[in-house]
Ligand binder design. Structure first.
Ligand code: NAD
Length: 246
């Protein structure tokens, strides 16, 4: 896999899975846009990449804000001329049982995880359609496919991302833009750090490969989906969950 001359924009890439994806693309030669709502952390990540000899910029963008998203895409093209790969990775959890879930927690999760992906995809698609090439990869979740108690909002957002993936894949296929999703299982990051020991054990007990995944496990599959080897794959959801869902 090689991404020399290509530009990859990853939302929510200041840390965690997004950062690992960004680093994988950088190592394979891509120019990287680190984008996050946390500007200081995004700048620190971009500085770390530059110190390793990678080409990277940091742009603050809250994916729920159409104006900030427009600025993100403008900055990307102004700096790197193209936008070849978009990874919609920004996401949050606000877990609680349905009967206790506030409307605010519902809206916040749907807004960032689903509407955010819509806004960034829409803005990026305009560039990719003109280029007649592009790759969009959405970070869904195993929870969007199998549900999970305490995550009604998150599961709905991640299932929604799968619908978005398939609809947009059909719309953009004629312009040589592929759109796929990955559905990670239990991956060790700051997001899952806050799970209770009992919840972590429950996950592990059901994972045939008997370990949590790493951000690198996700990055490798995302890079494959963005590569030339995946040019005939679109509208698909690839599970990366140690066999949790078969
Ligand atoms: P994380 O919390 O470490 O990283 C998420 C990043 O998104 C953070 O840097 C955060 O600042 C950023 N972000 C949050 N709100 C944003 C907004 N409005 N605009 C822009 N950026 C925003 O979490 P992670 O585990 O690295 O998760 C990354 C993605 O992977 C998420 O979409 C998550 O739902 C998904 N995922 C994670 C797991 C897991 O087990 N960790 C499993 C399945 C899917």
């Amino acid at each position: 896999m090689e991404f020399k001359g290509k530009t990859a924009l990853i939302t929510g890439s200041a840390r965690g899975i997004g950062k690992a994806i960004a680093e994988r693309f950088a190592g394979l030669g891509a120019k990287i846009v680190i984008s996050d709502v946390l500007l200081d952390l995004a700048e620190a990540t971009a500085a770390e990449f530059k110190s390793k000899g990678y080409e990277a910029i940091a742009v603050k963008a809250n994916v729920t804000d159409a104006g900030e998203v427009a600025h993100l895409i403008d900055e990307t093209v102004a700096r790197f001329q193209t936008l070849d790969i978009l990874v919609n990775n920004a996401g949050i959890t606000r877990d609680t049982l349905l009967v206790r879930m506030s409307e605010e927690d519902w809206d916040k999760v749907l807004d960032i995880n689903l509407k955010g992906a819509f806004l960034v995809t829409q803005a990026a698609a305009k560039i990719m359609m003109k280029q007649r090439s592009g790759r969009i990869i959405n970070i869904s979740s195993v929870v969007g496919r199998m549900g999970n108690a305490g995550q009604a909002n998150y599961a709905a957002s991640k299932a929604g991302l799968i619908g978005l993936t398939k609809a947009v894949a059909k719309e953009l296929a004629g312009r040589n833009v592929t759109v796929n999703a990955v559905a990670p299982g239990y991956i060790a990051t700051e997001m899952t750090e806050k799970l209770s020991p009992a919840a972590k054990e429950a996950f592990l007990a059901n994972i045939p490969l008997k370990r949590a995944g790493s951000p690198g496990d996700i990055a490798g599959v995302v890079a494959f989906l963005a590569s030339d080897d995946a040019s005939y794959i679109t509208g698909q959801v690839i599970g990366i969950d140690g066999g949790l869902l078969m």
